[in-house]
Design a binder for this molecule. Structure first.
Ligand code: DNO
Length: 381
C-alpha cells in the first residue's frame, strides 16, 4: 500500500506538528530548511528534527538541495559533492533513507501568480503570458524574445501593456522571492547574476553535470541503503532560458540510465509532469515503477501558451484514477503526499505557505485515500 505522508516545514511551519499528528498519515516529509545549501547536515541537527516530529516517522527528506556549484560543475564541485555524500551518510545513520532533490538551475518550482481564484477554492497558477512578459520586459533578459514564437512575444507585449504596476510587482515577487521549499530568494539584480553562468552551459553540458552528480552520490546512497528520488522540473520546460532536463519520459529514461542502480530513483510528481500534454502519466507510472521511490499527487488544468492552473486533486487534466491505479495494482509501498491544495475555510484566516494549506490539502488527502481504497476494493486480488 502507498504510505500517506504530509509535508511539514519544521517549527516555522504555520501548521503545528500537533495538527499534523492528528491527520490520517503515517509519516512526515521534511527538511532542514534553516541550513544553507551545500552545508553538511550533522547527525545532531538531524536528531533535533526527529525530536521535533514528536514520534512521527520521518519518511522522506524533501529536499537535500543540490548546490548551484554542483549544477554548474564549478571549482567547488568536488567539495560540495563530498558534503552531499556526508549528508547522505548522516541521514542513513539516523535511519532516514529516502531523499528527494531536484536539478533545476537557480529556480525551484515557479509560478507567476498565487491565489488566483478558481471554482472550488483559491489556488496557485502559472500563466504563460505572465512568464513571457516577465522574461522579455521585466527581467529584460538579452535575446529572451528569441526563445519564444514571435506571436507569443507579441501577445506577451500586449499583456505586459495591460498589466498594472501592482500586477508587474506581483509577478516579479512570485517569480523571485522563492516559493516554499525553494531555498533561494532574489531581486532582479541578484537573479540576473544567478542565471548568468547558465548562459554558457548548454543542455548537453548540464546533463553531463547531472551525470557527474549521480556518479558521485548514487554509490554512497547504495552503500547506505538510501533511495534518491529526483523531482521533475516544475514547470517541465525551460524557464527564462534556464535549461531543464527532467521534463519528459525521454529525459527520465536517460537519467535513470546514467547510473543504472535502484538507488537512482524518481519522485513521480503528477502535477509537474502533467503540465505538459505530451506526458502520459499512467504510462510513466507503469514504465518507471521500479524506480519510483516517492510520489507527489497533484493535478492541473492546462491552458494555451504553456499556462496552467492547479486544480482539485481528482479534477484536472491528469487522469489521477488511471495513474494511481498503476501504483495500486503493482502494490508499491512508497510514500506519497497530497501535493499542494486549495485554500479553504480557516486556511483563509491563518497564515499558510502558498500551496501548503491545512484544510485544502486535507481535502486532497481524503480524496486520494478514498480513491486508493476504491481501487483496492475493486481490483481482483
Ligand atoms: C513544490 C515542491 C518542490 C520540491 C523540490 C524537490 O511544491 O514540490 O519545491 O520540493 O523541487 O527538490
Amino acid at each position: 500500500m502507498m504510505i500517506p505522508t504530509w509535508r511539514w516545514y519544521g517549527p516555522p511551519d504555520p501548521i503545528t506538528i500537533d495538527e499534523v499528528a492528528a491527520l490520517d498519515i503515517q509519516g512526515v516529509v521534511t527538511a532542514l530548511h534553516h541550513l544553507p545549501n551545500g552545508a553538511v547536515w550533522t547527525r545532531e541537527a538531524i536528531k533535533q528534527r526527529k525530536q521535533e516530529l514528536q514520534g512521527l516517522p520521518w519518511s522522506v527528506v524533501e529536499s537535500v538541495p543540490v548546490h548551484e556549484g554542483i549544477k554548474q560543475n564549478a571549482d567547488a564541485a568536488p567539495e560540495l559533492l563530498a558534503n552531499y555524500q556526508a549528508c547522505l551518510r548522516n541521514l542513513a545513520a539516523e535511519g532516514v533513507t529516502t531523499v528527494c532533490y531536484n536539478f533545476m538551475p537557480v529556480l525551484d518550482w515557479t509560478r507567476t501568480r498565487l491565489a488566483v481564484p478558481v471554482p472550488g477554492g483559491t489556488t496557485v497558477a502559472l500563466y504563460g503570458l505572465d512568464l513571457v512578459a516577465f522574461d522579455c520586459f521585466i527581467l529584460a533578459r538579452e535575446h529572451a524574445a528569441e526563445d519564444y514564437p514571435a506571436e507569443i512575444v507579441e501577445l506577451a507585449a500586449d499583456h505586459y501593456e495591460s498589466m498594472t504596476a501592482a500586477d508587474r510587482e506581483e509577478v516579479s515577487a512570485t517569480m523571485l522571492k522563492g516559493l516554499p521549499g525553494s531555498e533561494e530568494s532574489f531581486d532582479l539584480a541578484s537573479f540576473r547574476d544567478a542565471i548568468a553562468p547558465y548562459l554558457h552551459i548548454s543542455r548537453a553540458t548540464f546533463k553531463d553535470n547531472l551525470q557527474r552528480f549521480l556518479e558521485a552520490v548514487v554509490p554512497t546512497a547504495t552503500e547506505e541503503g538510501i533511495k534518491l528520488t529526483i523531482h521533475p522540473d516544475d514547470p517541465p520546460w525551460p524557464v527564462v532560458g534556464l535549461p531543464r532536463i527532467v521534463s519528459t519520459a525521454e529525459d527520465i529514461r536517460e537519467l535513470l540510465a546514467m547510473v543504472d542502480a535502484p538507488a537512482n530513483g524518481l519522485c513521480l510528481c503528477t502535477g509537474s509532469l502533467g503540465s505538459r500534454s505530451d506526458n502520459d502519466l499512467p504510462a510513466m507510472a507503469r514504465e518507471f515503477l521500479d524506480r519510483i521511490h516517492f510520489v507527489h499527487l497533484r493535478n492541473v488544468r492546462r491552458a494555451p501558451h504553456e499556462s496552467f492552473a492547479e486544480s482539485g486533486h481528482l479534477q484536472g487534466d491528469v487522469n489521477m484514477a488511471a495513474t494511481v491505479r498503476e501504483l495500486v495494482r503493482a502494490g508499491v509501498e512508497v510514500p506519497y503526499r497530497p501535493d499542494h491544495g486549495f485554500t479553504l475555510f480557516g486556511d483563509r484566516q491563518r497564515r499558510t505557505n502558498p500551496g501548503y494549506s491545512l484544510y485544502g490539502r486535507m481535502r486532497g488527502l481524503a480524496e486520494l485515500q478514498g480513491l486508493q481504497a476504491g481501487l483496492r476494493a475493486s481490483s481482483p486480488a
